[in-house]
Design a protein around this ligand. Structure first.
Ligand code: ASP
Length: 356
């Protein structure tokens, strides 16, 4: 009850604030922030071309999301649009370009949350749905459930008309090489590539891609958080998880409150990237929103949770959108691929931790 009263009061404050801001501004404010993963990303580890390729990819995703918001569209649609661009981009560990399991499969996780009504959807272990973020959204909007996994989740996605692809669609050579290197180092057996992938028994698919250096300690998950012109907040995250994962391992991304959370009552939307096991245990995304809802400044709230995950042993980063559209980035790594734009602020793209 107390919680409800507090939430209702905060919601009133937010809508009052938004109304007065709207009265002053000709156009209501919208804002979008995205990430493409955190990790050991240093200037010395990227050539100028590779640095430029990541920045251009982030800009493309930002453009897709901001086009939605600039037309008065929903935060949820902007989040999905930005993430789908990154899911199709082999540079990122989501959709095409995802990391492989020890069995040589791509098993994809995603989640989305609508801050204005606390609806949420998530999927884990997808293998044939081209856009896992769209599947997560369909779970939220077209099923009575919050989380679906494995073959059932793909079957549900197909049943609502989402594009299905051969598992080899997600194959990239550099992720395959990363898997083989990792398994070899651990003395584990190496699998055959998926059917249809280059070098597999049924070859045929060629994936054109730039080949940045493979730093095993980059996470590469993608995410987006948005505030739309109607004051709605939303968050989404999509990932292939961790290289060489086994036994149906699922990380923080599809766990609502760990890697993904949004609440208009708290004035907060969060997408995380990092060591999922620790982000689950620290309930990173929900706790950031709870702190912001209790009047902790958003940058302090984000940093406190990143520090908490680090104290447990997990590194990574978060992007946070606030009720006023101020994006916050926090990380315990040397870099995080990230970008932001708002109706009244030009686009900024950054990679290294010390970039503003
Ligand atoms: N958090 C993701 C997971 O643990 C990994 C990542 O951020 O890249 O599955």
């Amino acid at each position: 009850m107390m919680r409800f009263v507090k939430s209702a009061l905060i919601a009133l404050c937010i809508s009052g604030g938004a109304a007065s801001a709207h009265a002053q501004d000709a156009a209501p404010r919208w804002s979008l922030a995205i990430h493409g993963g955190a990790g050991v990303i240093e200037r010395a580890s990227l050539t100028p071309d590779q640095d430029a390729a990541y920045r251009a990819s982030l800009q493309r995703a930002l453009d897709a999301g901001s086009a939605v918001l600039a037309q008065g569209g929903q935060a949820l649609d902007a989040v999905q649009a930005a993430i789908e661009v990154m899911e199709d981009d082999p540079l990122f560990n989501a959709g095409r370009g995802a990391v492989f399991t020890a069995a040589g499969r791509n098993e994809l996780d995603a989640a989305v949350m609508n801050g204005s009504d606390l609806t949420a959807g998530s999927v884990a272990g997808l293998t044939t749905t081209r856009h896992p973020i769209a599947a997560a959204r369909a779970v939220m909007e077209k099923s009575p459930h919050v989380m679906l996994i494995g073959a059932g989740a793909d079957a549900f996605a197909a049943s609502v008309g989402l594009e299905q692809v051969a598992p080899s669609w997600f194959f990239t050579q550099r992720r395959w090489d990363q898997l083989i290197r990792s398994l070899t180092q651990q003395g584990l057996p190496t699998p055959l590539p998926p059917a249809g992938a280059p070098g597999s028994p049924i070859a045929g698919l060629a994936v054109a891609e730039p080949a940045p250096p493979l730093n095993e300690r980059k996470f590469g998950t993608v995410g987006a958080v948005a505030l739309d012109a109607h004051g709605r907040l939303a968050a989404g995250t999509s990932t292939g998880g961790t290289t060489g994962k086994r036994w149906g391992r699922v990380g923080d991304v599809p766990v609502i409150g760990a890697g993904t959370y949004a609440s208009n009552a708290d004035g907060c939307a969060v997408s995380a990237t990092g060591d999922g096991e620790y982000f689950i245990r620290a309930t990173v995304a929900r706790d950031i929103c709870a702190r912001i809802g209790s009047a902790t400044p958003s940058d302090a709230a984000a940093q406190a949770e990143i520090d908490e995950a680090k104290a447990l042993g997990g590194l990574g980063g978060v992007i946070v959108m606030t009720a006023t559209g101020a994006p916050v980035f926090a990380m315990s790594t040397s870099g995080m691929y990230r970008a932001a734009v708002a109706s009244d602020t030009p686009a900024r793209v950054a990679i290294y931790a010390d970039e503003k």
